[in-house]
Design a protein around this ligand. Structure first.
Ligand code: ADP
Ligand code: MG
Length: 443
């Protein structure tokens, strides 16, 4: 909503000051524009008209939160939670408590929010919260043994994934391959043991950004109801430089303790041998330790699936690909027609739509990644908001909204292929990148 629309709302309210609907629209528009002070005034007015509306109170608390008036936000939210277990209230209270450095309660409310509504999962927030929990643990050290905090710390990185394969569009071959390698073995361990097959091992996913590598890793954990530990390797490197106590070995030990477990290393290329910081002695040391842990000789990796993801596999030390390490290297391609249809259907589910012809959209989105498709849908929704607000009712997204959005958002995978093509053509040792060539119809 722009200033002009806000002005006309205000004008309308002059004539019917107790119009709940208009007042709430104005309040929410101001909140969306980060004009919290004005939004607070309007939300309070709206609450005067409808004093028991908890969703309004949550909005009001959210404005206070953004204004750093944390005490008031906390007060309002706790009042709501005394009456009902409201997931949104839990979520925003978690954020408030994190700012107030009450880590334990923040985690409790966040977990509750996600338990009640998985859409409230916020990975960025989790990262920040878990980092703080770890840091506070280090700061407390051995001086005070706080049992609660200890247990919180050891669980900090572990989650149960709430998404499964059905939430990932397309990629059927890869799902099947992962199923063969880990899901069946974990479900039927006796059969595999009888054939002398080890359970576990490593799979490296690579491909252009936004095509579902991270999503697939999470879904794998959800599919087998295994624990999921996600490690950003840049994070490990930082810890290493900071000489943190929590090193790679502890990460692996944590996974072993929590088997069956999916241990996921995102941006595994951070360990690339060709990166200058990795050529130094400490870098080499870290790579060797990582390889040792992957080999699982000293400590068994039974029941742990190690997944790695990278957009730049060519930077990864070849030692990682030896048998018993990341011995399967899988190309996660941009979605084909069927996959795009699935992804668009997933993205449009529960959104107001009208006369959407998915096939026509599928045809226009060759080379679009899953993330690109999500961006297209988001753009179409954004374009529809002002009109909906103006008319005070929800106006559904149409096919032409999606087409306009496609014109405004170009596919992001092209750039990746122009680099990848060179590696596939000129350093394709043992056919490693054959799948890229096939995708580009060069083979
Ligand atoms: N195959 C897919 N099915 C459903 N959504 C997808 C798919 N690929 C990408 N997305 C959407 O794009 C977002 C980014 O994907 P992500 O898994 O982080 O990509 P990558 O790790 O390959 O860079 C996902 O969170 C999801 O919303
Ligand atoms: Mg990713």
């Amino acid at each position: 909503m722009n200033q002009q629309q806000i002005d006309s709302l205000k004008e309308a309210l002059k004539f019917s000051p107790d119009n709940f609907h208009l007042r709430r629209m104005l309040a929410e528009a101001l909140q969306n524009l980060a004009r919290y002070e004005e939004a607070i005034v309007e939300f309070k007015e709206t609450l005067r008209i409808s004093p028991n509306d908890n969703s309004l109170k949550i909005n009001l608390a959210t404005c206070y939160y953004h204004q750093q008036n944390l005490g008031t936000a906390q007060f309002l939210l706790e009042e709501i939670l005394d009456q009902e277990s409201n997931p949104e209230a839990h979520a925003i209270l978690a954020k408030t408590l994190l700012k107030l450095e009450d880590l334990k309660q923040a985690k409790r409310h966040y977990d509750q929010a996600v338990k009640l509504n998985k859409n409230l999962q916020d990975l960025d927030f989790e990262d920040i919260m878990n980092k703080k929990i770890r840091e506070s643990g280090l700061a407390i050290g051995n001086v005070v043994a706080d049992d609660d905090l200890d247990s919180l710390l050891s669980d900090a990185d572990i989650e149960k994934s709430k998404i499964a394969f059905k939430d990932v569009g397309g990629l059927e071959n890869i799902k099947e391959e992962i199923a063969l390698k880990v899901i069946h073995p974990l479900k039927n361990p006796e059969i595999y043991k009888a054939f002398g097959k080890k359970i576990g091992g490593g799979i490296l996913l690579y491909g252009p950004p936004g095509c579902g590598k991270t999503l697939l890793a999470r879904a794998t954990a959800g599919e087998i109801n295994a624990n999921f530990i996600s490690i950003g390797l840049t994070e490990v490197l930082d810890m290493w430089v900071g000489n943190s106590e929590k090193n790679l070995h502890e990460i692996f030990q944590n996974a072993r303790k929590n088997a069956p477990c999916v241990l996921f290393f995102d941006e595994v290329d951070a360990l690339g041998a060709s990166r200058t910081d990795m050529r130094q002695a400490t870098g080499r040391f870290l790579i060797n330790q990582f390889l040792d842990e992957l080999d699982g000789v000293k400590y068994s990796n039974e029941g742990i699936l190690i997944l790695g993801a990278t957009n730049t596999p060519w930077y990864l030390d070849t030692a990682f690909r030896r048998p018993g390490r990341f011995d399967r290297v899988i190309f996660v391609s941009p979605p084909d027609r069927v996959a795009r249809e699935e992804i668009l259907t997933l993205q449009l589910a529960e959104k107001p739509t009208e006369n959407i012809d998915i096939q026509s959209i599928v045809k226009l989105t060759e080379e679009y990644s899953g993330a690109d498709l999500k961006a297209v849908v988001d753009l179409a929704i954004e374009a529809k908001l002002p009109e909906s607000l103006k008319q005070g009712r929800i106006i559904p997204i149409t096919n032409s909204d999606l087409k306009n959005a496609i014109n405004r958002h170009r596919p992001t995978t092209k750039e990746w292929f122009s680099t990848a093509k060179n590696y596939a053509l000129y350093s394709n040792e043992s056919g490693l990148y054959d799948d890229i060539l096939k995708y580009l119809k060069l083979k």
